[in-house]
Design a protein around this ligand. Structure first.
Ligand SMILES: C[S@@+](CC[C@H](N)C(=O)[O-])C[C@H]1O[C@@H](n2cnc3c(N)ncnc32)[C@H](O)[C@@H]1O
Length: 264
């Protein structure tokens, strides 16, 4: 689901159990925090922090972190995790990436792990991240690359929701496009590195059904479509997942993503 399709729809990321997906995505946050060079005493902003993966990874390194997200429910989970880990220097704030509730130039690092990609205005959201850091500060963004079976399943879902807005959403799945976006905002020293996350389930069908039960995007989509159309989406998705699985007897697939790091 892209930002433009997201616009105006009542997707609540607190619906279902996004935390299950967040556990699978957690290694990406560790790498983003590492590549951003977060160290003790840094002031770090985590945009679209969700349940707090990158927020916590940065706070564990001794940074003071502000996590911002649209979902109060997910912020509550992030709060619980930070408290349980004994990390008092974590502030969690409700807010939108296109209208960040933070002071300009007040951070050393601003990062976003598969989060800012959902903002309705990509240029404004990235410009806000850059403006949030001091001159010489770092921004780092993780975004999916359009390859692999999970992406193919996402495409099957997207096909069921043709955009009628007439406006093309920014395509975050092309690393060169992301580089161009950062160049437009005036970011310097742009560097990109490719990584992979592994997804596993007993079978392709069970991976899909787990999303349908717990992931807010799949749950939302399933509620919008008539049963027959949803059955088609499921069939197409499971076929794509099965075809792209690395293992014949279970579902196991790697999804590529890019981390783009730049300096203000
Ligand atoms: C795929 S999750 C990623 C969460 C987290 N960064 C992680 O790595 O698990 C996307 C997150 O973006 C948040 N989000 C979507 N649109 C947003 C916006 N415009 N401003 C702030 N947060 C947003 C959602 O609430 C959700 O927490």
């Amino acid at each position: 689901m892209s930002a433009r399709e997201d616009e105006g729809m009542d997707l609540d990321w607190g619906d279902g159990d996004y935390g299950r997906t967040a556990e699978v995505l957690e290694p990406a946050s560790e790498i983003v925090v590492e590549l951003a060079g977060v160290s003790e005493g840094d002031r770090v902003l985590d945009v679209a922090c969700g349940t707090g993966n990158a927020t916590i990874a940065a706070a564990v390194r001794g940074a003071g972190v502000v996590g911002v997200d649209l979902s109060e429910g997910l912020l509550g989970i992030a709060r619980g995790r930070a408290d349980a880990a004994g990390l008092p220097d974590v502030v969690l704030r409700a807010g939108d990436a296109v209208d960040l509730p933070v002071e300009q130039g007040s951070f050393d690092v601003a990062l976003s792990v598969f989060g800012v990609i959902f903002a309705t205005d990509a240029d404004a959201a990235v410009a806000n991240m850059l403006a949030a850091v001091r001159p010489g500060g770092v921004i780092a963004i993780a975004s999916w690359i359009s390859r692999g079976p999970i992406c193919a399943a996402g495409m099957a879902l997207r096909k069921a929701f043709p955009s009628d807005s007439g406006t093309e959403a920014f395509d975050w799945t092309r690393p060169e496009g992301v580089r161009g976006l950062l160049e437009r905002t005036g970011a310097r020293e742009i560097a990109q590195s490719e990584h992979e996350l592994e997804f596993r389930a007993p079978s392709a069908a069970e991976w899909f059904d787990e999303q349908q039960r717990n992931h807010p995007v799949w749950r939302w989509a399933g509620r919008q479509l008539p049963a027959e159309r949803w059955a088609e989406v499921r069939r197409e998705s499971v076929e794509a997942l099965r075809a792209g699985s690395d293992e014949p007897l279970e579902f196991r697939a790697r999804s590529p993503y890019v981390i783009t790091r730049a300096v203000r």
